[in-house]
Structures are given as C-alpha cells and as structure tokens.
Design a protein around this ligand. Structure first.
Ligand code: SF4
Length: 352
C-alpha cells in the first residue's frame, strides 16, 4: 500500500491548483455549508449552484430559514426533486434555532443527530466548518480510494463501508480536514471520474493500484452487481515440425470438454519469460525458440473476463510430452471444438 503522504499530499496539492470556484467554499459558515451539501445531494453542480445562490440570498441565516413558511421553501426548491430534503432542511433549521440558540453544534455526534444529516453530511460540516478530522465518504471518495488503494471490497456492503471510512480517516490531513475532504471529492468529480478518468494527467498514477493492474474500470466494486472474475490465460502455440499440441478442458469450469492450446493460468498479467519458466521441465524449455507473442486481449463472458495472450514457440527437440497434451497435425486442429477465442486466433494466423 502506498504511503499516506503519497496520497494525501499529492491530492491536496492537486486540489489547491485545480479546485473550482464554488460559492460555499468562500467561508467556513456551517449554515451555508449545510445548505450546499443538502442541495447538492443527487444534483449536478451547475443546477445546484443556482439553487444555492437563490436560497442563500433569500435566507442568509439559519434564523431566516427557520422563520420562513414551508410553502415558500418548497416553492423555491421546485425543480430540484426529493422534496423531503427541503422539509428536513426547514425542520432542522428550527431545531438549531430553538435547541442550539441558532448555533450549529460543533460536534460530529450532535450534527449526526439532526434530521436529514447523515454520516457524510455530518463529516462534511464538521470538517469544513469546525476543523474536526472526520472523513466524508461519498461516491467520489469511494471511487478514488478503491482505485488508488486497489480495494475490491464492495462499497455497498457494511464491511466495505467500514473499510473505506477507516482508510479515508487514516489518510486524513488532521491539520486541514476540510481541505482534505474537499480535495478527495473534487478529485473524484473532475479527474478520477467514473468513465474515462484522466489517468495520464493524474499526480497519483505511479502508486495507483487500479492503474498498475490496468483494471481502472473494475473499481469501485458493488455487491449489487455480479462480481466479475478476472482470469489470465497464457496460451502456448507450439510448433514441432508439422505438429502442434492441444489439450481438452476436463475440469468443471468454463468450456468443459472443448479443446485449447496448452495454457498456464496466472493471477495477473505476467511477463512472457516468467510464464515460459513455468513450462514443465519434461519438455526441455532449452529447446524452445520464442517466435512471437500477441498483446493481451480480453474475452468477456457473463461472469468472467478472460485476459489472454498467445505465445508462439518453436520446439527444436521434443522430449516427454506432459500428461493430457494431445499431439495433432497442424491441419487437423481445425477438426476440434475450440472456444471462440482460439477459433479466432486459428483463423487469423498463418502459422498453421
Ligand atoms: S491513475 Fe487514474 S484511476 Fe488512478 S487515481 Fe489517477 S485518475 Fe484515478
């Protein structure tokens, strides 16, 4: 796992240079921060900003909001949807005025006890307005953390939520928690976006696990979705005179009883040399001449992504053939039932 400083320092530096100018970032007023957070839930920034400005102008203080008739608030809210948010906003403004004398409570726990304020919003207000180091974890934060630290725990599981909260807290810059929270969220909103993240311009690229394993789109993992299993198949296309070798898939696995080239399954995309080193010694790897190899390709099945490549090897001296391997004349191979990805390779190569 990358060091805390790698993540936190770089992301805060990035934020300081790239943050958007948003009106609620101008000061540390808890009322305005709360207002912006409630308005922005499930709302695009552009639309949310105009509502925020309307509300902040009409109700510049929590007292003004508390005194307003509910109908008026709902009217101003019109078009934003999720009207319970507006009603909770009103209810809570009255509670703050009556129970807390118009002062927002400066404790995470008390903020959390207010109607319409959940863990995320309480953490956002606590950190931005009161400098309380509590990480705010929203969809953007889940995505950034999942990718950078390579966490494949589902974000919609209770265990996943605990893990992500812990990692977000551990990486917190306790001296500037509000900046840290906004930095990670802004980073997720602008750079590490759900689709087509701008990895090439990302200051975290060197230590980003998802990027290193070329699986950015896999993160974050959701339990709701079927978990896709990634597998890595290294196929050997062996040529020995006029012959080649194939194998029948007999295990209870995909493509049972189909034939394929001998293959080594690895846990990730390994280098060709590493794979060649694992070839059964009975075949005398010294007699292997590596002819060529293909790039990695991806074959998508409903629950599995098969990453595969073909490594073409000429055998100069045949020794003992490993168990299960079938020696076939290179022209006969077309008579065997093979998976689609093998069929495509057979049709596209003139090696046979
Ligand atoms: S390298 Fe790409 S995936 Fe990783 S943190 Fe940066 S933008 Fe996100």
């Amino acid at each position: 796992m990358a060091k805390k400083s790698d993540f936190t320092t770089k992301i805060i530096n990035w934020y300081n240079q790239n943050k958007r100018d948003l009106p609620w970032r101008e000061n540390k007023n808890p009322y305005l921060i709360w207002l912006s957070e409630i308005i922005l839930q499930q709302t695009r920034i552009a639309q949310g900003t105009s509502y925020f400005l309307k509300f902040a102008e009409k109700y510049p203080t929590v007292e003004k909001l508390a005194q307003a008739p509910e109908d008026e608030i709902l009217k101003l809210w019109q078009g934003l949807g999720y009207y319970s948010r507006a009603r909770n906003l009103h209810y809570t403004s009255k509670e703050i005025v009556h129970k807390y004398n118009g002062e927002f409570p400066n404790s995470f726990k008390k903020l959390l006890s207010l109607k319409g304020i959940g863990e995320y919003t309480a953490a956002a207000i606590a950190s931005m307005a009161f400098n309380i180091p509590h990480a705010a974890v929203d969809g953007n934060v889940y995505r950034v953390l999942a990718r950078f630290f390579g966490i494949d725990e589902p974000i919609d599981s209770s265990n996943g939520k605990k893990i992500f909260q812990k990692i977000a807290d551990e990486n917190m810059d306790v001296h500037q928690p509000g900046i840290y929270n906004q930095a990670v969220m802004e980073f997720g909103a602008l750079l590490c976006t759900p689709k087509n993240p701008d990895c090439e311009n990302c200051p975290l690229i060197i230590n980003c696990i998802a990027k290193q394993i070329d699986e950015v789109e896999k993160f974050p993992v959701k339990k709701g979705k079927t978990k896709v299993k990634n597998r890595y198949f290294n196929y050997f296309v062996l040529k020995s005179g006029q012959n080649t070798f194939i194998k029948k898939r007999t295990e209870n696995d995909i493509w049972k009883n189909l034939h394929e080239f001998p293959m080594i399954e690895s846990e990730k995309r390994s280098s060709t040399q590493k794979i060649i080193d694992t070839i059964p010694t009975s075949l005398n790897p010294k007699s292997f001449i590596l002819i060529k190899e293909t790039d990695w390709r991806k074959h998508i099945l409903s629950h599995q992504h098969i990453h595969y490549k073909f490594i073409y090897i000429e055998i100069t001296e045949e020794k003992v053939i490993p168990n299960g391997w079938i020696k076939v004349n290179k022209e006969d191979i077309f008579n065997f039932a093979v998976p689609r990805l093998i069929e495509r390779e057979l049709n596209n190569t003139n090696w046979f």
